[in-house]
Design a protein around this ligand. Structure first.
Ligand code: 5GP
Ligand code: MN
Length: 339
């Protein structure tokens, strides 16, 4: 665990800085949950705080308390740039490298604000003045809870903040089933329930508000687009633009699809390819010690965690998949070892 001197951060906060909270491009449940939890804890202390995220995020996260405060950088560049320029302190949540903020990266790099990174991705870059990075922890939301405790801010917790923290913990752990979940994760969940959290309700809101078209897209993907490569204990799926459009795709619809292939007996690694504009976005998932993030980093300009990573391919779907099949044999030994 890299740690920092809380008294120094307390000294910064005592100056009543203008604060911006930001997260990675394509914010997920952990990114939005951690940002909005911290936002509300700071608001409760009357800080001047804004949440600026690089671009849009799935509709199934729009119910989160204080979602209406979030500014998307993409499409609001002038206003967002002004907020970033004016900021004295920037919290960077759920990412380990400024490049993960993509369209916001230049503005963040140019900013003279002190930066605080709170994150759980491996190999954090050294861009922040304060780095709180614990890669073994399941979610940034779990770290936000720890941070709130360390700062002695627990009196500001409430049920809305509990909903945000729980959202990140439940979405980053496949509903508390990945090996990254530890005793502390459950202890924190219990603390959130003590705050009045109705956990079944949050779960339902996140996962049981499917549209018919999304469910049919999943059905199509599993029945028509799943390919198992038994020799490599790997399964792949893909969706082209045409296929997405056939099922009235909106952002967030394919969230979680990649995990279905991982539930096949004997499969330890899955890749899910989705076409976006001129790029293919790939999600990788694995079990045991197979390094999904290594393959992603070596071949798809990506990264992430051992068991959950992602990357990009500039080109056609066919080429993205052909490349995958070409490089997979290099990982055969590791795939078999993790069976
Ligand atoms: P997802 O498949 O849900 O988009 O991403 C899973 C995880 O992989 C994310 O939590 C993030 O850690 C990582 N990840 C996804 N896309 C990228 C990427 O383009 N670059 C890097 N470095 N990590 C990514
Ligand atoms: Mn996360």
């Amino acid at each position: 665990m890299r740690n920092f001197d809380y008294t120094e951060l307390e000294a910064e906060l005592a100056k009543r800085p203008k604060i911006v909270i930001t997260t990675h491009r394509g914010p997920d449940g952990d990114a939005m949950g951690s940002s909005l939890a911290l936002h509300q804890v700071l608001l409760a202390q009357n800080y001047d705080v804004k949440v600026v995220v690089p671009n849009s995020y799935p509709k199934f996260l729009h119910w989160l308390p204080k979602n209406e405060d979030v500014l998307e950088y993409e499409g609001n560049e002038t206003l967002a740039d002004a907020l970033i320029t004016a900021a004295d302190l920037i919290f960077c949540l759920d990412f380990n490298d400024l490049r993960r903020t993509d369209m916001m990266c230049d503005a963040l790099e140019a900013s003279t604000a002190k930066k605080v990174m709170i994150d759980h991705h491996q190999e954090p870059k050294d861009f922040a003045d304060f780095t709180f990075s614990v890669p073994s922890v399941c979610s940034t939301c779990q770290l936000i809870f720890e941070f709130i405790e360390m700062m002695s801010w627990t009196a500001f917790l409430n049920v809305d903040i509990a909903k945000c923290i729980y959202t990140g913990m439940v979405t980053d752990t496949g509903s508390f089933r990945f090996s990254s979940v530890d005793k502390r994760t459950h202890e924190i969940a219990a603390r959130l329930i003590d705050l009045g959290l109705q956990q079944a309700e949050v779960h339902q809101t996140l996962f049981d508000t499917n549209k018919e078209s999304r469910l049919k897209l999943l059905g199509y993907c599993l029945s028509e687009k799943l390919e198992v490569l038994p020799e490599y204990h790997t399964a792949i799926m893909s969706l082209t633009r045409d296929e997405l459009e056939r099922f009235d795709f909106v952002k967030g619809d394919t969230e979680g699809f990649v995990n279905y292939a991982l539930s096949i007996e004997g499969v330890v690694f899955t890749a899910f390819f989705v076409k976006y504009d001129d790029k293919v976005k790939i999600s990788f998932r694995s079990i045991n010690q197979f390094r999904a993030n290594l393959l992603s980093k070596e071949h798809y300009s990506g990264g992430g965690h051992i068991n959950a990573s992602g990357g990009m391919f500039e080109g056609s779907m066919e080429d993205a998949i052909a490349k995958f099949k070409k490089v997979l044999p290099d990982y055969k030994e590791e795939l078999i070892a993790n069976c």
